[in-house]
Design a protein around this ligand. Sequence first.
Ligand SMILES: Cc1cc2nc3c(=O)[nH]c(=O)nc-3n(C[C@H](O)[C@H](O)[C@H](O)COP(=O)(O)OP(=O)(O)OC[C@H]3O[C@@H](n4cnc5c(N)ncnc54)[C@H](O)[C@@H]3O)c2cc1C
Length: 462
Amino acid sequence: MTAPLGRTPLSIGELTDERYGQVIAPGDAEYEAARTVYVGDVDRRPAVILRPRDAEQVARVVALARETGLELAVRSGGHSGAGHGVCEGGIVLDLAHMRALEIDVAARTAWAETGISAGEYTEAAAAHGLATGFGDSTMVGVGGITLGGGIGFLSRKHGMTIDDLLAAEIVTADGELLTVDEHHHPDLFWAVRGGGGNFGVATRFKFRLHELDGVYGGIMVLPVTPEILEAFVAEAEAAPEELSVIVNVWTAPPFPFVPAEYHGKPIILAVLCYAGPAETGEKVVDRFRAIAPPLADMVRAVPYPGIFGPADPSQHPVSAVRNMFIDRVDRATAETILERVTASGAQVAGAQLRVLGGAIARVPSDATAFVHRQSRIMAHLTAVYADPAEAEVHETWAEEFMAAIRQSDSGAYVNFVAHAGPEEIRDVLYPGATGERLAQIKAKYDPTNLFRSNHNIAPAVS
Ligand SMILES: Cc1cc2nc3c(=O)[nH]c(=O)nc-3n(C[C@H](O)[C@H](O)[C@H](O)COP(=O)(O)OP(=O)(O)OC[C@H]3O[C@@H](n4cnc5c(N)ncnc54)[C@H](O)[C@@H]3O)c2cc1C
């Protein structure tokens, strides 16, 4: 079989496991599953999916893409909102077989191959009473979440995932394997902390680990009014940095723990996580319980991995999403959020609010490629729907919702943005000097833009 595109024809029959790792081509039993990504509206058929087993094989796959001219998509956990982990007619470099994790308990560091999921890493580290913070989902790949930044349950206390990144091994467009850290290729080390997969294939990351015996956390469901929402977010802002809160204002799905009379109606479904002693955590969380009697309260002392919901790999939602930062949730904003969530006809519609600050904000905005260090609250708007014919309705809902709650902050978080054109990438994700510096570094390490199945940073033209 020969793929039609590219400078040098790709002869799939000549690709061997020994040189490239596992080879999965159209017609192979694993092909359909291997080309499927998290988002349900991406249906791309790559010419071949290659699953290298080490950095040397990664470099060969990169060379193959360069020589054939075929599009290259790099996949870790496959959870990109735009489906960037798969491409049409090109080569997918899938890190599924690169999931090794070496934990140095005494040094409190770990070297992780980037195909490992956040959940696998978290479980293995927790066995030693240690943790590195990723996001709120166990299924995302350590590769994608780290390169975009990483905002999760430990971020207010310990910073973003990139703030715990000590070093990385990167295969660049010319096939070289570079070890980057503060002292070696510091420009590249700066860029991969927030700049996404633009600069090469990250094969391994070295992370700092924190001692964490357990957390006081879990799901709390509350009825919602503008007053309750305003008070809930205010409490999350006032709470000590040990506490991270994800506040979902949602039309309630038919979860067994949500009383039936609330199904389909707006509620607050919050996930609280206090990373400190349970007795103190309980006192802090009691302040949220006092806002309104919870409809469900599953917040308790648990091992850190117990804070994450069950993983369901069969879920492939189709949704309209918008990501933004806001400065505050005052009464008027809370009213607007409730109105808009209630107005949606989607299966599930909601606004997720995450209070930031703490250790995230203590890192200077130019220290990494994640520039939004002073942003106060991340708002993620989502409408999940089944019928593709409804796409426009839900996209309009999301766009108008975003405009209605826009305040002074014009930024957005790359890992939560689904689709972004060049202007949005420049002005919203990487504004000002950050974008300019990223473009220079892109020109140095990937001048031909081989790595472009991502929120793409165009190489600077000199
Ligand atoms: C259900 C869900 C929950 C989420 N929760 C959070 C959260 O709490 N906090 C948060 O910060 N984010 C969260 N995210 C966003 C998530 O971090 C991003 O979607 C991330 O890009 C997913 O990484 P992945 O490796 O699974 O995705 P992939 O689709 O495999 O990759 C995403 C992007 O990263 C690039 N990439 C991946 N691995 C590598 C690598 N090793 N080298 C070079 N490039 C690479 C890909 O090319 C692609 O551009 C969530 C996403 C989902 C779907």
